[in-house]
Design a protein around this ligand. Structure first.
Ligand code: G6P
Length: 455
């Protein structure tokens, strides 16, 4: 078995405290076969842009590259996050398309490919991640790279009509056709992609998961739902309960129940709708006043994009309004926090919570939903309120599944979660935990890489 080469916009270096699903999966896979992780360094520096920063850690080689201001603006803030991100999250109204940023997106993909090629071996398997890097395979093929090339889309695949509204959709499809395997989060995403191919793509679906594209190239596609390191989260959460930050949160609640949400500050997460649903719950259940505290952790994200800045303002106003209208001298209903917490503390917070609120308007998977479940105390588990528009809802059937646009429905689910008898909480939790034990992060990467290597 040759090396694994992972290409993603963000690279997690060994000493970085980013224990997200992708970082855990990628490190595990790279350690197994040895390999290279390549991507953006996270820095913008006109002096050093285009230069490689390299590091070795055991059998893993990290190579990252700084970007110039212009490349960052066109590629990351521009086409990736102002055009593709809203489009892929069904928000055509927020799509901002320009030929200039599209050209920048292609320029940076070409630059990445050019820097990556000299680092490759002929028997490498290359795994490219997410919407920032769709043209990567095509660019590598231009340089004569013959390795197996896989792509995984972490975000949703939108309906074909939406995708076809993008001026360059045919070009993107052509880019995707250069891969050997495309992985989606759910079978719904796979189906929508195949619908697109049938209706708009220059190719045909031979059968589900097998397509023929340009020049008779055979492209395989499948659903590989990403997951978490379930035993690790469970033991981390159990241990975290005695961490100072978790104990402080527990003490500050004064025996009140906790509802928790943890999301990047992103319009796809449905935060204004969630805040309104919480307010509705308070209005409709005056007897519950003072009994439930809602902690929303929302680290600021992509602040170079205007919609994210506007959302921040909106949430500040809403949180202030809710607290102003419902708080008492000794109780604040909402705690709204923009800072980030170490991953271990978050798992401890999840374990303390009676209610987990995961109500995105669209989400590829949402690993917070899975982590919330894995972090619970088996004797006294909390209840997950989960949007039907998160990929996770296709696996976690025993959550309270809600439509995040239905404010009253989410308010009802909060009420149901708060009052749910222990026996029902345990039953629901056990079913979800069994699913997460079987389909964990190791299974995800093994299934994907086996499909890619064997194909
Ligand atoms: C989503 C995307 C990832 C991205 C992450 C954080 O989960 O699918 O590719 O890395 O958001 O966003 P950021 O823009 O900070 O990388």
């Amino acid at each position: 078995m040759g090396r694994l080469v992972v290409v993603s916009n963000r690279v997690t270096l060994p000493d970085e405290n980013r224990a997200g699903g992708l970082a855990v999966a990628v490190h595990g896979a790279l350690r197994e076969s040895g390999g290279l992780w390549f991507g953006w360094s996270g820095r913008i520096d006109p002096e050093t842009s285009g230069q490689l920063r390299e590091r070795h850690d055991g059998n893993i080689h990290y190579a990252t590259m700084d970007l110039s201001h212009r490349d960052h603006a066109d590629y990351y803030d521009g086409f990736a996050n102002r055009t593709l991100w809203p489009l892929l999250h069904f928000r055509m109204d927020l799509v901002d398309y320009s030929r200039e940023t599209h050209a920048g997106y292609r320029r940076v993909n070409a630059l990445f490919a050019q820097k990556l090629v000299p680092l490759l071996h002929t028997d490498d398997t290359i795994w490219v991640h997410d919407y920032h890097l769709i043209p990567m395979a095509q660019q590598l093929r231009v340089h004569g790279v013959r390795c197996r090339l896989g792509f995984f889309l972490h975000v949703p695949m939108p309906s074909s009509d939406l995708l076809a509204a993008l001026p360059d959709h045919a070009r993107l499809f052509e880019d995707l056709s250069s891969y050997d395997l495309i992985g989606f989060q759910t079978t719904r995403d796979l189906e929508r992609f195949q619908d697109y191919v049938r209706l708009f793509g220059r190719g045909r679906v031979i059968r589900s998961g097998v397509l023929e594209t340009y020049g008779g190239h055979r492209l395989r596609a499948g659903a590989f739902p990403i997951s978490i390191d379930t035993p690790m989260i469970a033991s981390q959460a159990a241990a975290a309960i005695s961490k100072a930050s978790v104990r402080r949160l527990a003490a500050s609640l004064s025996r009140r129940a906790l509802a928790i949400g943890v999301d990047r500050l992103d319009y796809s997460k449905g935060l204004p709708e969630r805040f309104r649903a919480f307010a509705r719950y308070l209005e409709r259940h005056p007897g519950q006043r003072g009994k439930l505290t809602y902690l929303q952790i929302a680290p600021v994200s992509r602040s170079g994009v205007a919609e994210y800045r506007a959302l921040r303002g909106e949430l500040e106003q809403l949180a202030g309004h809710i607290n102003g209208g419902h708080a008492d001298a000794d109780w604040t209903p909402m705690r709204y926090v923009n800072r980030n917490y170490p991953h271990a503390s978050l798992t401890g917070f999840y374990r303390l919570a009676r209610v987990g609120l995961v109500t995105p308007l669209r989400d590829g998977m949402n690993l917070v939903a899975k982590e919330f479940v894995a972090a619970q105390d088996p004797e006294d588990p909390g209840v997950l309120v989960l949007s039907s528009f998160a990929g996770a809802a296709r696996e976690l059937h025993e959550a309270l599944i809600v439509n995040p646009y239905d404010i009253d429905g989410v308010a009802d689910a909060i009420e149901m979660a708060v009052t749910m008898p222990l026996a029902e909480r345990r039953e629901r939790w056990q079913a979800m935990m069994a699913q997460l034990q079987e389909h964990d992060i190791v299974a995800w990467r093994r299934d994907y890489l086996r499909a890619l290597r064997e194909g």
